[in-house]
Write a protein that binds this ligand. Structure first.
Ligand SMILES: Cc1cc2nc3c(=O)[nH]c(=O)nc-3n(C[C@H](O)[C@H](O)[C@H](O)COP(=O)(O)O)c2cc1C
Length: 241
């Protein structure tokens, strides 16, 4: 089978299943491999501001299923993985990047290495540093306004932008995970129906962390599929320019 056919098969196989077979466990390696693949997902500036919490023991699973409002996908899941955004880790990640570049530098840094040092050393703090008095936000707005007057300009910054950017990247990791689970012959269901406050407290997450989604995994059953896979027409959502 060609790569294209393999991919098509995985896409068609992945459905949100909400009732998993209680007698078929998911091998730990399936979750491990899928999480390894999630880590390879594209993510903003390669900052990897995410965390994947694999809920593994029956006791923990029961607690998290309750926090997912007792939804059947969560209650019948063999495995649950909570995808979390971690903007609070930005300093650690930029220092990790700086360390990676510094390890490569032999003598005078190359142009590319200088750019990386500038990017992670100067640009990342501008985007991610906490800004309680909104001083940086005002500065960014002004710079964006004048910078964008005559030419395209990357207008970003502020708490909302950080939240959006980290959720985008985390959702891509979650999608990689679900496609990988499908490629391994198992099913999943992404969940946003959970009590975020309680789940955050349960996972002992820091204040700035947010839960992107919870993914339930298992061998799906026929009753776990809630209907045909319907979508609005292609022409309605795809615009050719
Ligand atoms: C961000 C997100 C949150 C979702 N939350 C829930 C949920 O809480 N409960 C649920 O049963 N399904 C949930 N779903 C699954 C969607 O209902 C499902 O993906 C959609 O109906 C399309 O069906 P398909 O995944 O089988 O193609 C969620 C999906 C996404 C992407």
């Amino acid at each position: 089978m060609s790569q294209q056919e393999n991919f098509e098969q995985v896409i068609q196989f992945r459905r949100s299943n909400r009732k998993f077979d209680p007698n078929v466990p998911v091998p730990a390696e399936v979750i491990e491999r899928s999480l390894q693949r999630s880590i390879l997902s594209p993510n903003s500036s390669n900052m990897q501001l995410w965390g994947f919490h694999w809920i593994n023991t029956p006791k923990e699973k029961a607690i998290v299923a309750e926090l997912c409002l007792g939804q059947s996908a969560a209650k019948t899941a063999q495995e649950l993985v909570v995808f979390v955004t971690r903007p609070d880790l930005w300093k650690q990640r930029k220092n990790w990047h700086l360390g990676q570049v510094q390890k490569e530098i032999k003598g005078e840094p190359t142009k590319a290495q200088k750019m990386m040092l500038q990017y992670y050393g100067k640009v990342m703090p501008l985007l991610y540093a906490a800004d309680p008095f909104r001083i940086m936000a005002a500065l960014r707005l002004t710079v964006s306004f004048f910078g964008g007057l005559t030419k395209p300009f990357y207008r970003t910054g502020g708490a909302a932008a950080v939240r959006i950017v980290t959720h985008k990247s985390c959702a891509l990791a979650a999608q990689t995970f679900m496609l990988s689970v499908a490629a391994e012959g198992f099913h999943s269901c992404p969940l946003e129906g959970f009590d975020e406050k309680r789940l955050k407290r349960y996972l002992k997450l820091p204040r700035r962390a947010e839960i992107n989604m919870v993914i339930a995994v298992g061998l799906g059953t026929e009753p776990g599929i809630w209907g045909e896979r319907v979508r609005v027409p292609y022409e309605e959502v795809v615009k050719k320019h």
